[in-house]
Design a protein around this ligand. Structure first.
Ligand code: FE2
Length: 341
């Protein structure tokens, strides 16, 4: 899309809605695609009398668009499901620093950006879902251990083009270096139950269909399956157990990533963006998230929903989440040279 078309499109999209309500608007570019976001945007609109306009696309597409639009970019906030993409936006000098402590002092410290360019909205762990009828929990331990030949033809995971897998591999590059991470990747591929296909939920469905015995998936998808309106999905969610890897005393903890936001440098509605940041990290919004999308709340006053709380507390890998962006190029390179399609 050339610059002119993008500008025209933005004017049409944002222009119309701002004419409806000449007072206040907030423009969000978001990678998130969940109903819970729509509900919370609506609640924010009602409480603050600020019209929220949302453009949804992949994080890379949104970042490209922000760059192309430059000073004319109408967006105030960029929302992603991966700290790595927020690091990328900061690195491209698209973001303005946020003093998160001024906005919400209740956010868990370990989830904050040390450089101050983004703030977390929720967090999620990349866990191992397993078939309790076929897997002895004693055999599960670490991400590294998934390459053990005990798991031959038993591991399910989605494509390597997916950001969740790229973030996990980035964390392994950060901890062990590129060479060890590359070996891990190749050895894991040789344990795959099938060629990667489908999304995270499909990997869990494949456990129940006996295609494989363990799956690497984001924690909230199990919550979504368990609370689904589809009775088969509910049954699937109930049929698997969740294991948090790398929990032993000498281990670093389970890999987590945040869904978060960045304030754009050229944000035309900065005050409204700050109001939104306060709202989205408030007790109300954080409770709404965890009870409906089953992500973990970043606000330390808010308890995780019952469905995810029953898996118990777990130790999180305290790696600087910017590493998920810093090591991304190496991780993608490893994937491209592997048989993980
Ligand atoms: Fe997701």
């Amino acid at each position: 899309m050339n610059k002119f078309v993008i500008l025209l499109f933005s004017t049409l999209l944002f222009g119309c809605s701002s004419q409806k309500n000449k007072n206040e608007i907030l423009n969000i570019y978001s990678k998130r695609h969940y109903q819970v976001d729509k509900d919370l945007f609506k609640k924010f609109e009602e409480e603050n009398n600020i019209k929220v306009n949302v453009v949804k696309a992949s994080s890379d597409e949104l970042i490209e668009r922000i760059k192309t639009e430059g000073e004319n970019c109408p967006a105030d906030l960029l929302i992603t499901v991966d700290a790595g993409k927020l690091y990328k936006a900061a690195n491209e000098e698209l973001l303005e620093k946020i003093n998160v402590k001024d906005i919400n002092s209740n956010i868990k410290n370990e989830l904050l950006d040390k450089n101050g360019f983004w703030m977390p909205i929720t967090y999620r762990a990349r866990v191992i879902a397993y078939n309790p009828l076929k897997v002895n929990i004693q055999d599960l331990s670490t991400y590294e251990n998934l390459t053990n030949e005990n798991w031959k033809n038993r591991v399910l995971v989605r494509s390597s083009t997916n950001a969740y897998n790229q973030a996990l591999l980035s964390s392994l590059v950060a901890h062990h270096g590129q060479e060890v991470a590359s070996q891990w990747c190749n050895n894991l591929v040789s344990n795959f139950a099938r060629k990667p296909k489908g999304n995270d939920r499909d990997q869990v469905r494949a456990i129940v269909a006996n295609v494989g015995d363990i799956a690497i998936v984001n924690s909230y998808y199990i919550g979504l399956l368990k609370s689904s309106t589809d009775s088969l999905d509910r049954k699937i969610g109930e049929s698997v157990n969740v294991f948090f890897p790398n929990q032993a005393e000498n281990e670093r903890g389970a890999h987590v990533n945040i869904s978060g936001l960045g304030l754009l440098k050229n944000a035309p509605n900065k005050n409204n963006a700050i109001k939104f940041m306060k709202f989205i990290t408030s007790d109300y919004a954080q409770e709404y998230y965890t009870n409906n999308s089953f992500e973990y709340p970043v606000n330390k006053n808010v308890k995780p929903s019952n469905i995810i709380a029953e898996w118990g507390d777990f130790k999180i890998d305290n790696l600087d989440l910017n590493e998920l962006g810093i090591q991304r190029k190496k991780a993608v390179e490893i994937f491209e040279n592997s048989k993980w399609n």
